[in-house]
Ligand binder design. Structure first.
Ligand SMILES: NC(=O)c1ccc[n+]([C@@H]2O[C@H](COP(=O)([O-])OP(=O)(O)OC[C@H]3O[C@@H](n4cnc5c(N)ncnc54)[C@H](O)[C@@H]3O)[C@@H](O)[C@H]2O)c1
Length: 451
């Protein structure tokens, strides 16, 4: 799919130096704005938790010298009003149907898209068409038609999309990327990647919109798009084909009682997934007190018969550089973390991440690098303070303070977003059809992407 280019001939050590120079320069933030203040004007669509607490409040407070939030938009006007109060701003709020009006009235330079996953494409495309650049949360899109639409629109308008792949900015990813680039492992022949989600975090996906494929595309998009992107980025290579198996073996229909949601549930006493959201101030503010607008219950039942995503999945991906990825996700485990093993021509790296909960406690990582039969180098590390192990701070800096160095090429554009989504989409199709899915059969890439 990707023609061999100069990079393929370079040694690994040289790659690190070259990475920054061959990647596109993302310069949209801070250097052009129609505002008299000289600040970049931001509008945010999707004022839920991620929008408010990652791209809202910390951006408004931490980058006030560079940006101003001029508008908020959500399908739920109450939630938009709550988000505005949490951010402490005077921006105008708009209903989703008035998105175009918002752009024409408030003239943002950048639209930040943090809606439910299935609506990302709609807002990306419209924002680009109306002359804005875009920052979008992962997954960039949840089906191949959406992916193509985004790629074509970006190409046509000359505007730019950045994707919020904060997982690239975690210490774990940075360290793995550096080890690969150091050449110690040689060519990476295969990767085994296990994602383990527990009955707190993992279960939470089954309470929310994430549990329906029509909204999230399944966890193969919503969650694993991070991991597929990490591997694409580690390898600097494109996926060629995908096959997968998956099932719903624990949540959803796999129980003999259920309710609509936890509050007022008659099984509260015996259900180990009962969650009293009235004790969670933020959840009540953002969701509980706004639910009469959209009937969205943040404490939905994990045993809902309508749940149709997989809680168990295994995916195999072949890459165009020959690397094989074997990826699995289990969402009902007693612990949470990851095991990532890279087998290279000169040795093997095993990385184990033990997530601590509550997440305020830094996660612990163990690295084991074996290069011959006698010696294994073992060392430990911790994630940083801050949300997602400090990765949210790093990605915001990378985007808004453009002088922030990016020696590993961690800034991610639409191409990266689309390739990671395509792996998840192909995996879902493979589970549904039993077929191996070729990425090139799913989408015609714009000419500028080839070669
Ligand atoms: N990178 C990360 O670490 C990370 C973490 C959490 C969430 N996310 C992503 O952020 C996005 C938001 O997730 P969240 O947890 O904040 O969910 P959420 O449910 O709290 O927020 C989604 C918001 O979108 C709004 N919305 C739904 N349909 C809409 C429409 N058609 N038009 C306008 N607004 C609409 C909802 O009312 C809600 O306010 C998702 O895409 C998710 O994948 C990323």
């Amino acid at each position: 799919m990707k023609a061999t280019n100069r990079r393929d001939f370079l040694g690994n050590a040289a790659k690190l130096a070259v990475a920054a120079s061959v990647l596109p320069v993302y310069s949209f933030a801070n250097d052009k704005t129609s505002a008299p203040t000289g600040k970049t004007r931001l509008a945010l669509v999707g004022t839920g938790f991620r929008g408010t607490y990652t791209w809202g409040k910390p951006v408004v407070e931490g980058y006030k010298d560079l940006v101003e939030m001029v508008a908020l938009c959500d399908v739920n006007p109450k939630r938009a009003a709550v988000a505005k109060a949490i951010m402490g701003i005077s921006a105008k709020t708009y209903e989703a149907k008035d998105f175009d009006l918002m752009i024409s009235e408030t003239k943002p330079d950048i639209v930040i898209v943090t809606t439910t996953d299935c609506f990302h494409e709609k807002y990306i495309v419209r924002a680009l068409e109306l002359g804005c650049d875009v920052i979008v949360e992962k997954p960039i899109a949840i089906d191949a038609v959406q992916c193509k639409h985004i790629a074509d629109t970006e190409n046509r308008t000359g505007k730019m999309v950045l994707v919020g792949f904060n997982a690239r900015h975690e210490n774990l990813s940075i360290e793995i990327k550096k080890i690969i680039l150091s050449g110690e492992l040689g060519k990476i022949i295969s990767i085994d990647y296990q994602e383990c989600l527990n009955t707190l975090h993992g279960a939470d996906y089954f309470r929310r919109w994430h549990s329906k494929k029509k909204y999230s595309g399944s966890l193969l998009l919503h969650k694993a798009s991070h991991h597929f992107d990490m591997v694409n980025w580690f390898l600097d290579s494109d996926p060629v084909d995908v096959q997968a198996i998956g099932k719903l073996a624990f949540y959803g229909h796999n129980n003999n009682y259920r309710s609509r949601n936890c509050r007022n549930c008659s099984f509260a006493e015996k259900c180990k997934f009962y969650w009293d959201m009235t004790k969670d101030e933020v959840a009540m503010k953002l969701y509980g007190n706004c639910e009469n607008e959209d009937n969205y219950y943040r404490d939905g039942c994990v045993w809902d018969n309508e749940i149709d995503i997989y809680d168990t999945s295994s995916v195999q991906v072949n890459y165009d550089n020959g690397t094989e990825l074997t990826y699995s996700m289990n969402t009902f485990l007693p612990f949470e973390g990851q095991l990532i093993c890279l087998s290279g021509e000169f040795g093997r790296l095993e990385v184990r991440l033990n997530d601590q909960q509550p997440w305020a406690v830094p996660a612990e990582m163990e690295f084991r690098l074996t290069k011959d039969r006698e010696t294994t180098r073992v060392w430990t590390s911790k994630s940083e303070a801050g949300t997602h192990g400090g990765a949210d701070d790093r990605i915001r800096n990378m985007i808004f303070r453009k002088e922030t160095p990016d020696p590993l090429g961690a800034r991610a554009g639409s191409r990266a977003g689309i390739l990671s989504s395509l792996i998840g989409i192909a995996a879902r199709q493979s589970i549904e059809t039993g077929q191996k899915i070729k990425i090139a059969d799913m989408i015609n890439f714009p000419n500028s992407w080839k070669g």
